[in-house]
Design a protein around this ligand. Structure first.
Ligand code: NAD
Length: 236
């Protein structure tokens, strides 16, 4: 697989990476559905309920308790996969990244063209006056984080039941359609509409995920291993 991926990358001029939480497990951030994912742990409510818009509105304090403990990892550093993708972009091989992740690690690794379908924990805003706040305003708070005006500070992440940003969606679909190789990595491809984006690809498809996905059968290449290992073997 690795050598084949190296050959596919060499033949391609507009590689796009589409990723998910599995890209950041090697940075110590748990995914949802992987072997140590949050879905294997017990909480008062399932994670997709806690991370929904209606739960946020009804049980705001419980949402922030979970969010601070489980979704924020302020000390996390980019993994090999993040660094290699940034290097591929600098080399003019990769035209961009479409990510479902909210951790900001692609940008921390130096990637420039990153489309965050589900927003970012790095951006937060007051629901009342729209003032912007950094991650620390939520990470260092207790209870419900509040703006000076009294409004709730909401993370700029797309919760379940909320829609994706139209501008980001349009640019992501265009990037994927213009690609001649789409590398899908570290995602279970179960969260929609994001998972459906890969059907708009313009060229070949490589899938690297520790566990099988619904896209494996359509892929030109498929590996059930670590995304960091596969990218390192194909690029370094
Ligand atoms: P998911 O948890 O549903 O799937 C992750 C997949 O990655 C699993 O199939 C797992 O087997 C695989 N995986 C784990 N580590 C891997 C590795 N090192 N190499 C290759 N594969 C690996 O995650 P998803 O598909 O991204 O969807 C979950 C949603 O949760 C997303 O919308 C995302 O916003 C959110 N989320 C984000 C983060 C983050 O920002 N780091 C973390 C958890 C969840």
């Amino acid at each position: 697989m690795q050598n084949d991926l190296r050959a596919l990358i060499a033949q391609s001029r507009r590689v796009v990476f589409f990723g998910g939480a599995g890209v950041s497990t090697e940075s110590g951030i748990p995914d949802f559905r992987g072997e140590n994912g949050l879905y294997r742990q017990k909480f008062a409510y399932p994670p997709e309920v806690i991370l929904s818009h209606s739960f946020f509105m009804r049980h705001t304090e419980a949402f922030f308790d979970f969010y601070r403990q489980r979704m924020l990892c302020p000390g996390a550093q980019p993994s090999r996969a993040h660094r290699i993708l940034a290097d591929m972009e600098r080399a003019g091989k990769l035209t961009g990244i479409v990510t479902q992740n909210i951790d900001g690690l692609h940008q921390a690794a130096g990637s420039q063209n990153v489309l965050e379908l589900h927003g970012s924990v790095k951006r937060n805003y007051c629901m009342q006056c729209r003032r912007f706040y950094p991650e620390t305003a939520v990470a260092d708070s207790t209870g419900v984080p509040r703006c000076a005006c009294g409004g709730i500070i909401k993370p700029d992440v797309v919760l379940y039941e909320e829609s994706l940003d139209e501008g980001v969606m349009t640019r992501a679909l265009q990037l994927i359609a213009d690609s001649d190789l789409l590398i899908v990595g570290g995602t279970s491809l179960t969260v929609y509409p994001a998972a459906g984006f890969i059907t708009y690809r313009g060229g070949k498809l490589a899938v690297i995920n520790k566990t099988p996905t619904a896209a494996d059968a359509q892929a030109d290449l498929c590996s059930h291993g670590s995304v960091g290992d596969a990218l390192a073997a194909a690029w370094e």
